[in-house]
Design a protein around this ligand. Structure first.
Ligand SMILES: Cc1ncc(COP(=O)(O)O)c(C=O)c1O
Length: 398
């Protein structure tokens, strides 16, 4: 009864893009995916940076099971329940802004939608500045601020009005802030789908100054960078910049669908009851998974591990860069690392060869020219070495 690909092709929408032609799995365990072919695959893709604690971490799974026997759903609009409140308390403890207040939803796109809506609502201004190469999601609002791949927008125009897409240039940003009514600026501290480009600290600090000067809100989309991926809870903590609003999702609940919009209290308090909402946002099971995820990251010292293994991986990849001119750049922070080949072909070839060697990694960037390495935050040195062996063997063949 397997044949997942042939069965799927008869029933699934063709819109779903696929990194691999016919990779089929039956489960996941810690740092591995278990293939239907009986092979264990070392997972350096983690559901696109969504499994910081690995697959089915026993503490996360136990929290989910316990919650499943207690309460599956009520809407926070209907009743206060423990998970929503506890998770918001936990996030307030780690958020970079003082007394951050939380709104929960189910995905990164929705966290971005909430952030954009909040910025407009709180400032009573219509405009948004986004940045070239940014990716913020597929819903129409999030898509309006997304330019990492133009094909994502093809067929959907016109999108939201009054969105201005700027290069990473403070003069251009200031020009827009002077001439347009801007509610907020949205940026990823590391452009994720745009190719793992680490945005310069000075630039983010400049955005903070400009946002303050012109009364606009600074929104950091930390959907991919947040919850420990870069070795700190939030990537903005590497820069000293405190945004007004943060969008989170992906890793927050170890793979369960949960998103969050966190904002400074004085901003969030401007959002009137009923001005936004969600039936399933902050679902009790997802909140239980998220609380357990945060505890595991803390108890197992996964931030420190991400720093340590990330530095080692980055260093080894830089050594490979010296040997292989096909590698144009190696960059990243913590366990969010990109290897830029400047061309799509070597990346596809390496990805497929690595899969054959039992190591899963996937590309990113406008034309898929960057290989990204995003293992669980608890990845071991031996696993990093295994991935490096597969990567360099594949590299020698391209
Ligand atoms: C930075 C960023 N924002 C938003 C999103 C959208 O998240 P989702 O796919 O959960 O809607 C993504 C997804 O890759 C992302 O990387």
């Amino acid at each position: 009864m397997n044949n997942l690909k042939s069965r799927g092709l008869k029933v699934m929408s063709p819109v779903l893009g696929k990194y691999f032609d016919d990779f089929e799995i039956k489960g996941g365990q810690a740092g591995y995916l278990l293939g239907l072919d009986g092979q264990k695959y070392l997972d350096f893709a983690t559901g696109i940076a969504s499994c910081p604690t690995g697959h089915c971490h026993p503490r996360v799974a136990a929290a989910i099971k316990k919650q499943a026997d207690t309460l599956l759903h009520t809407c926070i609009g209907v009743a206060y329940y423990e998970g929503y409140v506890s998770l918001a308390e936990e996030l307030q403890k780690i958020a970079p802004m003082k007394k951050a207040l939380a709104f929960f939803c189910q995905s990164g796109s929705e966290a971005v939608e909430a952030s954009l809506k909040l910025a407009k609502y709180a400032t009573k201004k219509p405009g948004i500045i986004a940045f070239q190469g940014g990716f913020h999601g597929r819903t129409l609002g999030a898509l309006s601020v997304t330019t990492s791949k133009l094909k994502y927008r093809d067929g959907y125009e016109p999108l939201l009005p009054e969105v201005y897409v700027a290069p990473l240039d403070l003069k251009v940003v200031e020009g827009l802030l002077k001439t347009k009514k801007i509610a907020g600026l949205i940026i990823e501290p590391i452009l994720g789908e745009g190719g793992y480009v680490v945005v310069k600290k000075d630039f983010l600090q400049g955005l903070r100054r400009l946002a303050d000067r012109y009364g606009a809100l600074l929104i950091f989309d930390e959907v991919q960078t947040g919850i420990g991926r870069t070795g700190k809870w939030f990537a903005c903590q590497h820069t000293g910049v405190v945004p007004d609003i943060i969008a989170l999702a992906k890793g927050i609940a170890s793979g369960l669908p949960l998103g969050a919009c966190l904002a400074k209290a004085e901003v969030m308090q401007k959002w009137s009851p009923g001005a936004h909402g969600s039936t399933f946002g902050g679902n009790p099971v997802c909140c239980a998974a998220a609380i357990a995820t945060l505890q595991v990251i803390r108890d197992e010292k996964l931030l420190a591990n991400a720093v340590k293994q990330g530095a080692y991986l980055l260093g080894e990849l830089k050594r490979l860069q010296k040997k292989y001119p096909a590698i144009k750049d190696v960059r990243g922070l913590g366990l969010m690392i990109g290897v830029d080949f400047g061309a799509n072909e070597p990346v596809r070839s390496i990805m497929n060869q690595c899969l054959k060697q039992g190591v899963l990694m996937i590309p990113t960037g406008a034309d898929g020219t960057v290989m990204r390495l995003i293992p669980p935050l608890g990845v071991t040195r031996a696993q990093v070495d295994q991935a490096l062996r597969a990567f360099s063997a594949a590299l020698a063949n391209v």
